[in-house]
Design a protein around this ligand. Sequence first.
Ligand code: DAH
Length: 363
Amino acid sequence: MQQKIDEMKPVLLKEIQMAASLTALEDIRVKTLGKSGSITSLMKELGSLSLEEKKKAGQLLNTLKTEIAEAIEKQKETLALKEMNEKLESEKVDVTLPIRPDTHSGRIHPVSQVIEEMLTIFAQMGFDLAEGPDVEDDWHNFEALNIPPSHPARQMQATFFMENTEDKILRTQTSGVQIRTMENKKPPIKIVAPGRTYRRDYDMTHTPMFHQIEGLVIDTKTNLANLKTTLFEFMKLFFETDDVSLRFRTAYFPFTEPSFEVDVGCSRENGEFKIKSGAGWIELLGCGMVHPNVLRNCGLDPDVYQGFAFGCGIDRFAMLKYGIPDLRSFFDADMRWIKHYGFLPLDIPNIMSGLSLNAGGKR
Ligand code: DAH
């Protein structure tokens, strides 16, 4: 038996080392360590030996088995690395090659495009960009916004609570960014904050995750006329028409006083929805003058500072501007939809050429 083992070992080790592919190596493994492999067969022969010989040969066989298994494992790693390197080498991409027309199929989502459009306009109007976290605390999402724990307004915002946390929630509105901004910055403040928001809701015009953009302007003399002008100028640029009329209806939001809901004039001609004055109205956003309690909660003296805030659904603006009927389709990740409603990556909105001029031509 010893002789057999001594003869086998160098031959097998050599074979393993010479194996040129993972398949060849697997063949060797089956041939030696497999059910009817050479080493396994020797193991079976042990039964016919005397006790003394069995012990000795058994040890030798076990060592051989381990050595062969280790050699196979080692060679396997070497081969795998070699195969990967060959693959990487053969799949090399030359990124300096010009774009081929058929690789031109990526699209920008309408929500991303509309956020870019909005930020382009607000930047031109002198607004800074502000941000807040999606996972928000009770203070910023509710309490500081003049919505105490028992306030009925909490029920209107079907909140997602987080498991195992004291007061963390998924923010139901971007209004919390107002608080974060005022806590960290002294007026004058002029910011917009776009972002994701979350509510337990699902139908043609509601999805559990949606997008809002919040606006906040705080200074010593900021007034309602400033709010109206800001929104009016924004709507004209966003909807790319001068024929914009706005209607301010009194409404209630805990964090503004007075509060308004704003409608924009619209019409439906030959089935096509259009923003224009005269015909009907469609609701666009909520706004108002920042409530003194909110200012106080952020350490600002309401006798010195005042300002306005507004908040709108970005997805809704995208639906209105680009005639997209169902909000749920925004998040279906359907390639046919994105090809139809999406924008080419180089259609970057800019005020000079008209925000959607190029996009309109190509879509
Ligand atoms: N946060 C409100 C909502 O989600 C929208 C809103 C209304 C924001 C009035 C404001 C505001 O800043 O002043 O429905």
